[in-house]
Ligand binder design. Structure first.
Ligand code: NAP
Ligand code: GLV
Length: 306
């Protein structure tokens, strides 16, 4: 039985190191140099080339290196009986909450605007208690971000698929309550998983339900956003701007209009990057559980797609 690492776009060396430290005898294979695909039962994966799992007849589990699993389920050749797991990690949540807080603070204190204007023009600014932040997706990361914002005196609302009760957060759920949630969101933070229901959700009709002058933060997935619609509502003044960490095409092409738009903050998908050191124990725990035929942790519901 062997353990496979597949990591496109990210160097797997820190994963190999952390896995070897925790489990020196692990029979580890690193894609594409795989000696015997028929021995592989567990794969740790980030953005695998679609279709390759066909060559692994005894594969039982695919573990995502991150919180999102859209890069796995987007491959429709993965048999339904293969279990998919994802990362739930305190460090990942902390990193995400600090990142979103930083973007919001930078925005409400107009820091980018002051820098870009190259003019000495002190002006008024928003204070946390005057700002309503709406978070789409009240899962592990959404709740972590909400808690951080509440600690910093922001007003927070949340929207999810099912009803939630979260201390200090006004919650909404389902399509029927989306409009009410959006009407109140001066800053909108997207932390939804990418699914067939949420793909392209950040589009013109949704933006038009936000108050005039709203600000968008997308830290979930690029495919949530219809890019031309965002440019349109920024250009016509309905949205004041956006901070984007994720893109339909990553790396964001050098000639993409987002780079040169003064109202758009771009970062290279760094809101929260999995730290192999903190996450390897939960991956190996699932590996052991699989070997012993026990129930796995953080399993994704393939029907719900998250
Ligand atoms: P999660 O725990 O699975 O939470 C997902 C939340 O979205 C849940 O509250 C769920 O509602 C809600 N949701 C799903 N489908 C919905 C729908 N159709 N309508 C309304 N709400 C819906 O996920 P997470 O761990 O918080 O992660 C969220 C996403 O963040 C990941 O999938 C990934 O794409 C992204 N991410 C980005 C970075 C980065 O560096 N930029 C890092 C990590 C993760 P219920 O609670 O009702 O089920
Ligand atoms: C990063 O984007 C993740 O899904 O963990």
């Amino acid at each position: 039985m062997s353990f496979l690492i597949i990591s496109s776009q990210r160097d797997p060396k820190n994963w190999v190191k952390a896995l070897k430290e925790h489990y020196p005898k692990l029979d580890l294979e690193v894609y594409p140099e795989v000696k015997d695909p028929s021995k592989v039962e567990f794969a740790l994966s980030w953005k695998h080339p679609h279709g390759i799992f066909r060559d692994y007849p005894n594969l039982k589990v695919i573990a995502s290196m991150g919180a999102g699993i859209d890069h796995i389920i987007g491959d429709n050749e993965i048999p339904k009986d293969i279990q998919i797991t994802r990362v739930v990690d305190e460090q990942l949540t902390k990193d995400m909450s600090i990142f979103v807080l930083s973007l919001i603070l930078e925005y409400i204190r107009n820091l980018a605007q002051h820098h870009c204007s190259k003019e000495w023009k002190p002006g008024s600014y928003l204070r946390p208690e005057d700002v309503q932040v709406g978070i789409m997706g009240m899962g592990v990361l959404g709740v972590g971000v909400a808690e951080k914002l509440i600690q910093n005196k922001f007003n927070v609302t949340g929207w999810s698929r099912t009803n939630k009760e979260i201390l200090g957060v006004t919650t909404y759920h389902g399509d029927d309550q989306l409009g009410k949630f959006l009407q109140e969101s001066r800053i909108l933070v997207n932390l939804l998983p990418l699914t067939s229901e949420t793909k392209n959700i950040l589009q013109k009709s949704l933006f038009e339900m936000l108050p005039k002058g709203a600000y968008l933060i997308n830290v979930a997935r690029g495919e949530h956003l219809v890019e031309d619609d965002l440019l349109e509502v920024i250009n016509n003044g309905h949205l004041e701007g956006a901070a984007l960490d994720v893109f339909r095409q990553e790396p964001l092409p050098k000639d993409h209009p987002f780079w040169n738009n003064k109202k758009i903050r771009v970062s290279p998908h760094i809101a929260s990057i999995t730290n192999p050191k903190t996450v390897v124990p939960q991956i190996l725990d699932n590996y052991e559980r699989m070997k012993e035929g026990k129930e796995l942790q953080n399993v994704v519901d393939r029907e719900k797609e998250y």
